[in-house]
Design a protein around this ligand. Sequence first.
Ligand SMILES: O=C(O)CCC(=O)C(=O)O
Length: 259
Amino acid sequence: MSLDEQLSRGFVLLPRLFDAAETAALGEASEAVLARVTKKAREGAADVTVWPDGHRLETVDGTTVHWEPDARPPTVRSLAPVTHLHPALESLWTDERITAPMRRIVNSERLGPFTSKLNFKRAGAGSEFRWHQDHPYWYCCAGPDARDVATAMVFLDDVTAGNGALEIVPGSHLAGPAPRDRSEPTGLLVDAARTDVSGAVTVEAPAGSALMFPGLVVHRSGPNRTARDRRCVLLCFQPAGRPGLPGLPYRAERLADLP
Ligand SMILES: O=C(O)CCC(=O)C(=O)O
């Protein structure tokens, strides 16, 4: 399928964009960052927040450690933002293999960073991401500029239906902001009872692949019930010259603008 055809369904999969050695190096960088940050958090250097849904977050070295809600032993779900913590991760912002397709998706000749994240989705512990669009969270920070943000996910491990592959509703970005679930405390999730997710596709891919999509695409991923991690680096791009997410206050009252 051509890039244009992929763009019209709302997501682009580029299998094996990074070779095995590059992917392994990104994995090592990610684990090194995680070890460094969690050591500092254990030493008490972090600011702690607990979300309304019970998720625990600790901020240290300019990254927020988001813990899996129910995992024993304690397991990290994600770090964000993260690329500033390792040159191998930082270099992804200017890697033409990522930026060339992203310029098309963001529809801007010059790109800037919005935010970045590492999702660990650990073997046997990585939990579900419920149906959502990235847009409402970004809208609370960036307002209407959030429409122009898109994500590149670089997979550090093979992705299968069993270890928590992304499920994406093709074309869902065309319908704009989806109705949100008013019964859950963050107000950020899609109401799957009022949104047609029946056409969702599961995106399996080998390690080193990249999956790219704009913030209005409806997606989820299941828990990792296998013995293999499903880690990925996420880079969220926007047109150059705009402030990044870490410098923007979160204004929950903006959710009132959305369905
Ligand atoms: O890594 C995943 O499975 C889900 C990623 C995602 O949707 C997110 O981080 O918002």
